[in-house]
Design a protein. Structure first.
Length: 195
């Protein structure tokens, strides 16, 4: 009669039932390394580690939340890099490349006011879609209402799209923030009698 083989235990090895696997240790190591990466601001490493843990243990809710946090941090970090790349391209005269970088930054992080403002400003200068420029300028104003440049850009975009009353309000807001701003004063003077 043939002997029946032993069934594998938790370790996956026959004859070793109940011994925890190296997998559990690896998961704990990856989670600890990911948390340390978040603490140090290395979002890419944290995202990679938590993604690896999630593929190994998809039911772990803590890791799912940490993965979302790492993804947001990584996207925000990449958006900042794209804005810097766009500024550099714009400085060297590559406006279309800069516009692409700003758009990518806006899609990566919708809370990046500088990316929204730069994309709206450059899109307006290049004569691109007015609705897109208007939405981005509005987003920049909502995210950072204390920046004069954001209000001026919104006013210009609104004025060119035919919304004179809204443009006047944006220029008034800019003038409240910086009473000596010549651009806001000139725009308000021009709009004073156009209604």
């Amino acid at each position: 009669m043939m002997a029946r083989p032993k069934r594998a235990g938790r370790s996956g090895r026959p004859g070793w039932p109940g011994i925890p696997t190296a997998r559990t240790g690896r998961l704990a190591e990856l989670i600890a390394r990911g948390k340390a990466a978040i603490a140090s601001g290395d979002w890419e490493r944290a995202y990679h580690d938590f993604h690896q843990v999630q593929t190994m243990d998809p039911k772990n809710r803590e890791v799912a939340l940490l993965l979302v946090k790492a993804r947001r941090g990584h996207d925000s970090q990449r958006a900042t890099i794209e804005v810097a790349r766009g500024r550099e391209m714009e400085r060297h005269g590559d406006t279309h490349g800069a516009m692409s970088a700003y758009r990518l930054a806006c899609s990566l992080d919708d809370q990046n006011a500088e990316a929204a403002w730069r994309c709206a400003r450059l899109g307006h200068l290049l004569g691109q879609d007015a609705a897109e420029s208007r939405g981005l300028a509005q987003r920049a104003v909502e995210l950072e209402p204390d920046k004069v440049e954001h209000h001026l850009t919104l006013g210009k975009v609104l004025l060119d799209s035919g919304s004179k009353k809204l443009a006047k309000r944006a220029f008034e807001d800019a003038a409240k923030l910086a009473p000596d701003n010549a651009e806001a004063k000139a725009a308000l003077k021009k709009l004073r009698w156009t209604f």
